[in-house]
Design a protein. Structure first.
Length: 162
């Protein structure tokens, strides 16, 4: 089973940016990374006018499209995180964006000192990634990183979970 690391924080805290930078770095050392993103607001990843969009619009409860390079599956249902993780079990690492209340190791992104209470509200916080170097830091607690310390963050993940 691939290790799972959650990247959590409030809106616009830099979760997607951190994940894309980590994925690029890990890809560069031949690690296969799967990313699962939680979107509370709903989304539509299929474009209007495509065949798969037309299939779903016609009432199909699920639609898949595949090529020699890519597969996409669209289902008209919510998929729970454990099921998604199981689907990606053969990858080297699974990075999860969001799902704050799930019980996996978490890296919490902070925009400012006002976000600090989030660290105590969540379970399994293993690290904190903060935007500003000058806001107060609790000396006891999870490992701390600055936002741009991508290589040290990646090394921490490698040494701890890979």
């Amino acid at each position: 089973m691939a290790p799972v690391i959650q990247i959590v924080g409030y809106k616009n805290s830099g979760k997607t940016t951190l994940i894309t930078r980590l994925a690029k770095l890990f890809n560069g050392i031949n690690l296969r990374v799967a990313v699962i993103k939680h979107d509370l607001h709903g989304f539509d990843a299929d474009r209007e006018g495509t065949d798969s969009f037309r299939h779903r619009e016609a009432g199909a409860a699920a639609a898949a499209i595949t090529s020699p390079w890519r597969t996409a599956i669209f289902e008209e249902r919510e998929t729970r995180l454990p099921e998604l993780i199981e689907h990606f079990a053969s990858y080297d690492l699974i990075l999860v964006e969001g799902f704050k209340q799930e019980n996996y190791p978490k890296m919490v992104l902070l925009r400012s000192a006002e976000d600090e209470p989030l660290i105590r509200e969540l379970q399994q916080v293993c690290a904190v990634v903060q935007k500003e170097a000058d806001f107060p830091v609790d000396e006891v607690g999870p490992r701390r990183f600055q936002r741009d310390e991508i290589e040290p963050i990646a090394e921490y993940i490698r040494q701890t979970w890979l």
